[in-house]
Every structure is written in structure tokens, then in C-alpha cells.
Write a protein that binds this ligand. Structure first.
Ligand code: F6R
Length: 248
């Protein structure tokens, strides 16, 4: 894992958006599609803002872009304001020229008995698209990436998972109370994420400083699933000063 430390999240986000834009254009020149793995939550918001700005002001086109989101709560309706489906449209997809059929977000409405089959198809769709060229990640205080909570296997694939208590506590304000936070989610696996050719993880603020340290400096272990990234050859952690403050 490389890490780069910025003065603030705005600076860091700009660099990441530029890397993504560069990759999209490089693929455009080769007449290839660009497959992006995307995250939700507070961490990537400024990256999406910057990509939207580049689309509006600099003509950056997403015509060749295919996206796969990491996760979605389960069960969850698409039009619920707390859904990751809603989040992605609000922060990115409604403001760019991506083809709707190129957007993939795990579906929180799949009936329970079809879920396993659905997850298998999601995993397969990523491979059929040619695999993830770039995966954007945040990190949860439980050490999750996507919703791969402690205990997740390094070979895990897209599946349903039970959310960790700390993850639900952190989501409680958005849901106006812990009791309203879903107990489950659908998430890409560690194995799915690890196959990405390039991974960038964003972490901002003091709140993330301890888990960032444990992830970068700790032993690789299922207790902190993000430590599996230590084995990935092309991963960068983009941090602000606060998130980096516990690194030795
Ligand atoms: C979201 C996701 C999660 C978040 C993580 C951090 O799609 O996969 O792993 O990245 O929970 O969330 P924020 O950015 O809100 O601190």
C-alpha cells in the first residue's frame, strides 16, 4: 500500500478525480470501455463533485464508462433516500452522460430466495465487462471495505452479509435511529475488489485515523478486512492529515 497525505479532502479528491478522468480518456482513445468500481458514503462525495465539474466545464464524457457499485443495504427500495441507488444518482449519475444500461448497483429489492443467484450474476457481470479497471473505496471503522465486515474471507465474492454493530451505529444518524438501519447488505467480496487493476481508498478525518493505522501497519487478518489490501500490488490510500495522524 502506498499512501499519500493531503492538506485536506478537497485536494486529495481532486487528484483522484483527475486520475479517473485520465483513465476514461485513455480508454476512449483506444476505443475501449472503462470499468469503474464505485463507493458511496461521505468519503467519495468530493471526487464525484469534481467529475461532474469536469463533465460540465471540460467536456469529460462518460460515454465509454461502465460502473459497478460496491454495495447496497438489504432490503432497500431504490427510491428510498437512504439507498445507495439514490445516493449515486444524486451525486453522480444524474449529472453526467453515462448510459443508464452501463450503471450497475446491487439491487436491494431482490427476493430473499433469489438473492444468492442474483449475487452470482452480479459477480459474473463484472467479469463479463472485462473486470474492474479502477476501484474507488472508503473504509469503515470496523475495517470494512465495501460491506466486507470482520470475518470476511480474502476470496469472498458478491454476497449478502450481516452488518457489524459499529457500521450500523455510524449509519444511525442518516436513518434517524439505530433501529431503522438495515441489518443486512449485499456487497462485492474481498476477492472481487482485489481483482481490480487499480485501487484507491479514501479516508478523511480523525475518526478514521485508528483504522487507517491498523490497516496499513497491522497484520493481515480477517479481523480487519481492509488489511487484505496489503497484498494488492496497485493500491493507494489517499488521506488527509487527520486520517494519517496515527501512522508511525
Ligand atoms: C460504501 C462502502 C463503505 C464506505 C465506508 C465509509 O459504498 O462501501 O465501505 O466506504 O463505510 O463510509 P464513509 O465514507 O461514509 O465514512
Amino acid at each position: 500500500i502506498h499512501n499519500v497525505i493531503f492538506q485536506d479532502s478537497k485536494e486529495g479528491s481532486k487528484i483522484v478525480a483527475e486520475e479517473i478522468a485520465h483513465l476514461i480518456k485513455e480508454k476512449q482513445n483506444k476505443r475501449q470501455s472503462c470499468v469503474l468500481g464505485l463507493a458511496t458514503g461521505s468519503s467519495p462525495i468530493k471526487v464525484y463533485e469534481e467529475l461532474v465539474r469536469m463533465h460540465r466545464e471540460e467536456g469529460l464524457s462518460f460515454g465509454n464508462v461502465v460502473t459497478f457499485n460496491l454495495d447496497e443495504y438489504y432490503p432497500m427500495e431504490r427510491n428510498n433516500v437512504q439507498s445507495y441507488h439514490y445516493f449515486m444518482h444524486q451525486h453522480l449519475f444524474d449529472h453526467i452522460d453515462i448510459a443508464p444500461e452501463n450503471i450497475n448497483i446491487p439491487d436491494g429489492t431482490v427476493p430473499r430466495e433469489e438473492l444468492q443467484e442474483y449475487c452470482k450474476r452480479y459477480e459474473q457481470a463484472i467479469q463479463d465487462a472485462g473486470g474492474l479497471d479502477f476501484q474507488l473505496l472508503g473504509i469503515g471503522r470496523s475495517g470494512h471495505i465495501g460491506f466486507n465486515e470482520p470475518g470476511s474471507h480474502f476470496n469472498s465474492v458478491t454476497r449478502d452479509i450481516t452488518l457489524d454493530h459499529i457500521t450500523r451505529v455510524d449509519a444511525a444518524p442518516a436513518f434517524k435511529g439505530l433501529e431503522n438501519v438495515p441489518r443486512k447488505a449485499v456487497t462485492m467480496g474481498i476477492g472481487t475488489i482485489s481483482k481490480a487493476k487499480r485501487i484507491v481508498l479514501l479516508a478523511w478525518g480523525q475518526n478514521k485515523s485508528e483504522i487507517v493505522r491498523d490497516t496499513i501497519e497491522g497484520e493481515i487478518s480477517a479481523h480487519v478486512p481492509a488489511t487484505y489490501l496489503q497484498e494488492h500490488a496497485n493500491t493507494t490510500f489517499v488521506l488527509d492529515k487527520e486520517a494519517a495522524s496515527h501512522l508511525t
